[in-house]
Design a protein around this ligand. Sequence first.
Ligand code: PMV
Length: 325
Amino acid sequence: MKAAAKAHTNIALIKYWGKRDEQLFLPTNSSISLTLDKFYTETSVAFDPELDTDQFFLNGQQADQKETAKITSFLDRIRIMSGKSLYAKIDSENHVPTAAGFASSASGFAALATAATKAIGLDLDDRKLSQIARQGSGSASRSIFGGYVEWQKGEKNDGSDCYALPILGEQAWDLRILSVEVTTKEKKILSREGMKRTVETSPFYSGWLEAVEKDLITARAAIKATDFEKLGHVVEANALKMHATTLGANPPFMYWQSATVEVLQEVQELRASGVEAYFTIDAGPNVKVLCKPEDEAKIMEKLSLLPVVREIHPCRPGPGISYLS
Ligand code: PMV
């Protein structure tokens, strides 16, 4: 009763920001992402009748109680589905620079859902896997698929119409995402906590919901037409709107630091000088820059000159989940 799987992380092009159901991880809006080739998680799960509790190892180290409890409550859903009540040993290798503030929850829960369901004997299609991964971390629902992916919010209360679907495969359109790591000392407000506070208290949240529907239409069309300029503009504008909602929350908060703003301004200057580059930012201070392959070297060179930039990780569109032997 053992299986292993690999899943890549993804970057949201149109953000998921807010839940309509906290337990089932049902979002208030649909979102669109690009799966990345460079960052991934490999996880093996072995259900074992000898165990009387789950054992979770992350990068070779046994995780603390709090982290293990998260995994246990996720696996409980899979145990209920399969009708088997066995505990498991979970070994996860994260190839995501988590210390630098890159989210590993998307690749982590996508790999765990894939490996655990297989190990327990469930034979599920990608859509179903996406629904299960969603219940560990919303963005994990999108990491089941490669390339350009949409996570549909669905309408139903039970979440049965809430899953991700591919829009365009990773081979179909070669774009580059430069993951720009900036110097940071600040404590992170987890996305889970940040979006909850925003939904509950920000007067700007209704504006977000209205705007995101239009951004989704534009982004879908831009991806299908492989129209880089159109996609870049809507991606950047969507990220700015998401971050604007946090300023209206009570208490207000912001994910940006001065280093973040320096990178944003450099991207805008590059664009003013004729280089096509657009930014996006998730729930943290680091910036991701979207560009065409032919501009990658030039943009990396320019951004590396900023003293606040620690490292730049260039990424390409990446694949969906795979099983490992
Ligand atoms: O699924 P979570 O809890 O990692 O939340 C992701 C939230 C954002 O990264 C800000 C947006 C997104 O769609 O990935």
